[in-house]
Design a binder for this molecule. Sequence first.
Ligand code: KMH
Ligand code: ZN
Length: 304
Amino acid sequence: MKADFLKDKKLIITAAITGGIHGKWANPSMPLSPEEQAQAALECYEAGASIVHIHVRAEDGQNTPDLKYYNKAIKLIGENCQIIRQIGNGIGARVIEHHFTTKSGKKRMTTEIVQPSLEERLNLLNIDPKPEMHTINAGSFEFRTPYGGSLFKNPIDFNRKYIKRCNKGGFGLEIEVYDSSHIANVLEFVETGLLKPPLHFSIVLGIKGGAPATMENLLHMVHQIPEGSTWQVVTVGKYNLRTTVAAMCMGANIRTGLEDTIYYRKGELAEGNAQLVKRMVRIAMEIGREVATVDEAKEMLGLN
Ligand code: KMH
Ligand code: ZN
């Protein structure tokens, strides 16, 4: 589709408040407990976000597929405000430390990341109370992080099953694509009628193993998504702000939050998620993009 930067569409802001891997060791303001997440979601909602993208953590601060944390976070967020709750179905990964002593007696440590099983991911569809949206990840690739890499498995049969159950359960879908091949997978689902447009894409850039964060890659991928889709760019790492602002100028929605960037600017950690949302609202006002309310976002995304 064309990047329709001349259309006056309202801007949907998603706050990805926690993320699946790094914790307070990376940024002390990262909300980890359900209570902290509910507070962060409220602050982001008050700042202008209409969607909160969620991953949860156990008491040890590590990622977990345990529904008790999801259930609590979803409930508390819903009690605080009307924000649309979106579950990242990748769940995330646990960082496991391996300590050892070298032959010369030096103490060393390596880390590896361990991802949840597909069964644990499917179980997210049983979160109670029900969130409004789920995220699917449209293809498999080797997801490499500073803590280690592992295959991020998103087989076509798993996605087909997940989408079928989302359709049946009345959940909205956000579709994360990390490369052009993932868009091709989505188009197959459209051809078979499993996915019905308009679709809602996140073009994810900057993850090692996926497409690098360049404007060429962004435009190349935007041009492949079906006409009438909504989209946003999710850039992990140092080009997060530039590509997000570029996407906003191109008529897209935007996502911000500590999942994607722990920094406010180079060398300066973000004070929290709301600070990042507030900056996006200021930029939107400067370029004449009106921020969508939750009701407007629901209408634009076809949510009940
Ligand atoms: N941090 C994202 C790029 C999901 O939400 O399901 C990967 C992710 C996927 O967390
Ligand atoms: Zn996520």
